[in-house]
Each structure stands twice: as C-alpha cells, then as structure tokens.
Design a protein around this ligand. Structure first.
Ligand code: KG4
Ligand code: ZN
Length: 362
C-alpha cells in the first residue's frame, strides 16, 4: 500500500441513507481544502412513499456513485493517481446502502493501492463544522441534530467523545418528518415545515417541551423526548379539524418549529453551562433550520458562549464531512481500516475507534 504523509488528498463517499455523495478534500499544512463535493439526492423518489425505501436507496446509490466519482475527479482536476486515501461511511445507517459505498471504496482502494478508511457517519457530521471559516478548538459541546440522532456530545479531541444527552424516542429530524406528514406537507419534512412556517405565528399554539423522567424522580436535564410533542400535534390537529373549516397549517408548522428550537437551545446551553464549557457546536440536518440557527445564535450570545454552526450546505448528509473526518483520523496517526471491514447499522459514536483496529469488528 502507498501512504504518503505529505500529500493528503482524500476521495470520500457517503451512502448511509438517501443521499449518494462523493467529495475530494485536501489537508495541507493543517488547512482543509474542499476540491469537489457532489450530492445526488434521492428525496424525490422516496417522497412518493412518504419515507426512505431501503432497497430503492441501495439501488440508486449503485447507479449514482460512478458519475459522482467521475464528476468529483473532473472538478478537482485530478485522476486516481492524485488520490492518497479513500474513505466511506460504514456505520450507522441502512445496511444495504452502507454496503454500496463501502464496497466501492474498498475496491478502489485495492485497485489503486491507497489506504481505505471506514468512517462513522456521526463523526462525519461532527467534522462538518471544520468546513467553515470559523472552526472551534477543543474541548467543546456538540448538539448533533439529524434525522436519526439528537445527541449532546462532549468532544475533547478527535475520537474522544462523551455522550451527555440524547433523545429517548424520536430524533428531532424524525419529528419534523412525521409532523410534516400529519400536516400534509412534503418529504423530507424539515425544509417543508420551515418553508410553510415562514407565514405562520410561532406563538399561536402552546405545545409541550417533552422531558424524560428519572426513575428516582425529577428529569434528565440534557435528554430529549419528541414523541409527546408529536402526539400533542396530532390531538391539536384533530380538535382544530372539528372546529375550523381550514386547518391553520402555517401557524401549526411555526409553533412546532419554535418549540423544537426552544427545547434544543435550552438543553444545549444548560449542558454547556453545567460542564463549564464555553464553546458550542451545532451540526446535522436539523441544524440547517433557520429558526433554530437564529435562536441558538441569540441565546448563545446572551450566555457568552462561542457558537460554531456547520455551514448550511454541509448540515444535511454529504461526503465532504466524511472526507474531513478521514483526514482528521489520518492526522491522529490512523493509517487504514482493515480491507475486510464490513458495515454496521448501529454503532455508538464512542466506539468509532474500533474501525481502525487490525481485526475488523464486523
Ligand atoms: O443529517 P441528515 O441529512 O441525515 C441523517 O443523518 O439523519 O438529516 C436529515 C434530517 C431530516 O429529518 C430532515 O427533515 C431534517 O434533517 N432537516 C431539517 C431541515 N433540513 C433537513 N429539519 C428542519 N429544518 C430544516 N431546514
Ligand atoms: Zn446524517
């Protein structure tokens, strides 16, 4: 295998759910350079079914990847000889979908004699904040809000994660998607709710800020629950349907968006305050929500917290964040993942180090 520590250019692939993506990044003198990033979203296809159909996702990744890789190389003005490392998401996500990216990456790695790095999808989201001009310095607290995860993570370095809080039921993005379906808005629900909420009153309806009870009494201060909010929305819609000729969809969307933003902001700031951490990072698909970004900015400023938001184009799934995570792992001394590394639908972020052991963990 060829490994040149002075030239670090990565070709990265992301296929964990319904976005097929490829990117090329370079790390030069500690500075990240994005040379190319392409995403083929499958959202329109899955929208017809109201959610992701795993079998269709895998097939569409297979169809999309060759062109995405070709376009990335063209955009970066490189051929495979200019690539020093190939990375792909290997966990967590849809098994079949992950397998497409992983097999493509491992085959290219063998053919072109460059190392392969399997990347944890959430580590990719965490790395997305470094694609901005305003990178944070360790340690910091991260609010990771996506379609599959809502977590507060204390990060003291690359690969050094401590889970501080999490959702006990739906992830915030999942709640956006389900409530959008209830309001007859499109899929994915987050952007649709955001668009519709622009014309609504966010304080029209009072909704619950789901809390998670402790068996010994009281509440977990940094945990989340969105299933009660989803049920409250359903009840509210049912009662309005009985009373009103037309459902006030923009007010419902805005009130839902507002309460989710308040809960996420309040618990993140409380966690940062209790930890004595003055840097907060927000990443993941839901982090592209404008109301949430605005509220987080205002409240962080009031609390003298330095806030770092992932750039909007890199909040939702993309391959640039996977490439960034791979380059950071390389910088920390990781040289490769085993070539027989498989994929895992579930792997906690704190176990991401296992992807770089000699023996493949799965
Ligand atoms: O990070 P992501 O692309 O995929 C996962 O890793 O899950 O996040 C997708 C989620 C979806 O649930 C989508 O509805 C939500 O992010 N989302 C948004 C917005 N854009 C995407 N939620 C709220 N507001 C948005 N603007
Ligand atoms: Zn994601």
């Amino acid at each position: 295998m060829r490994y040149n520590p002075n030239v670090q250019t990565v070709l990265s692939l992301e296929t964990s759910c319904d976005e097929s993506a490829a990117a090329i990044l370079r790390l030069e003198g500690g500075k990240l350079q994005l040379l190319a990033s392409f995403i083929a979203s499958q959202a329109d296809t899955h929208a017809q079914w109201g959610g992701v159909v795993p079998e269709m996702a895998s097939r569409m990744h297979l169809e999309a990847l060759p062109c995405l890789i070709r376009d990335s190389l063209l955009e970066a003005d490189l051929d495979m000889n200019g690539i020093d490392l190939i990375a792909s998401t290997v966990a967590p996500g849809l098994n079949g979908a992950l397998m497409v990216g992983s097999i493509t990456a491992r085959t290219l790695s063998l053919l072109h004699r460059v190392p392969f790095l399997g990347i944890h999808h959430l580590e990719g989201h965490l790395a997305s904040v470094f694609l901005s001009d305003n990178s944070p310095t360790f340690p910091y607290l991260v609010l990771l809000v996506s379609g599959g995860h809502t977590e507060l993570i204390y990060v003291s370095g690359i690969g050094k994660y401590k889970l501080m809080g999490r959702s006990h039921d739906d992830a915030a993005g999942e709640a956006f998607d389900k409530v959008a379906r209830l309001l007859d808005l499109g899929y994915p629900g987050g952007p649709e709710i955001q668009k519709c909420a622009l014309n609504g009153n966010p304080f029209k309806f009072s909704l619950p800020k789901g809390r998670v009870s402790r068996p010994e009494g009281g509440f977990y201060p940094y945990d989340f629950s969105f299933s009660g909010l989803k049920t409250a929305m359903l009840r509210l819609v049912q009662s309005l349907e009985k009373k009103e000729a037309e459902l006030p969809v923009p007010d419902l969307a805005a009130s839902f968006e507002q309460i989710v933003a308040e809960v996420l902001v309040e618990r993140s700031l409380k966690c940062a305050h209790d930890l004595g951490v003055n840097t907060l990072v927000m990443v993941g698909g839901v982090a592209s929500n404008l109301r949430l970004r605005d509220l987080m900015q205002t409240r962080a400023y009031e609390s003298s917290i330095s806030l770092h938001l992932a750039p909007q184009p890199f909040c939702t799934d993309n391959a640039a964040m996977i490439g960034a995570a791979a380059l950071f792992r390389l910088e920390c001394g990781v040289t490769a993942s085993p070539i027989d590394l498989g994929v895992s639908a579930r792997l906690p972020l704190e176990k991401a180090d296992c992807l770089y052991q000699k023996q493949a963990p799965f």
